[in-house]
Ligand binder design. Sequence first.
Ligand code: NAP
Length: 260
Amino acid sequence: MPSSQTTARDRARVLVLGGTAEARALAGMSVADGYDVVSSLAGRVKNPALPAGGVRIGGFGGPDGLLDYLRTSDIALVVDATHPFAARISMSAVTACGRGQIPLLRLARPGWANRSDADSWTWVDDHDEAARTASGAARRVFLTTGRQSIDDFRGLNAQFVLLRVVDPPNLALPGAWHVLTSRGPYELAGERQLMSEHRIDTLVTKDSGGAHTAAKLDAASKLGVQVVVVRRPQYDGSVPQAPSVEDAAAWVRDVIDVRQ
Ligand code: NAP
């Protein structure tokens, strides 16, 4: 590698907005490519799996705080690899990178809408609608929309609710709720056993997409469990998007090479 190229690579610092398996994989790939990578985590999970490269933890303080960080940390480009439902940080990235004229890519894993069983699911726009749709006095619900959505489901009328979360909730839950703490990835056999054991008849999820948590959908399909899926929030279509970690890593290389 010519020395001028090494110097340019050393200077090109990449910010990966993370909190997903894809973000960790991208950080690993870009570090292996020789780039200076900083991953940013929100700090929601107690013992997060840490990516290769530098890591910073905690909110930026909105778009202004993020722009300030981008400038003071000499960030040359940003990949927003946050979860498809992390809409606020994604909007912050659009605003801050727009103002700072810093290239931004959205790494968005494909959703589950193209699965062959997706037509049989009930698609809803938000958690409130999901709670209404999944309600029924005799229902036994498997709730997998995450810790932050718990409040939206307090009104869920069901005989039994199995709430699966990474970290235990720090608030009191209704009597019919049972908490299962675990972290994916999950496999079909385990998901099938879990749902059978608890006689689940309704699965509530959001369209997170990807393979890590998709086994519950396969299990639901095999067991005849009703599936309620929350649609993804709308995303700013003006930002280029990559569907895979490999595509995002290639974009990082392309943008840095153009800058040299
Ligand atoms: P959010 O609603 O979009 O973000 C709320 C605030 O948290 C943001 O405004 C920002 O604070 C801070 N924040 C979020 N992600 C950040 C990051 N990667 N680095 C620094 N600050 C961040 O996001 P969320 O839904 O709470 O998700 C939080 C994190 O968990 C994200 O990193 C996401 O990738 C991960 N995650 C989310 C889900 C989900 O279902 N939402 C699932 C799995 C993982 P400031 O405004 O102060 O900058």
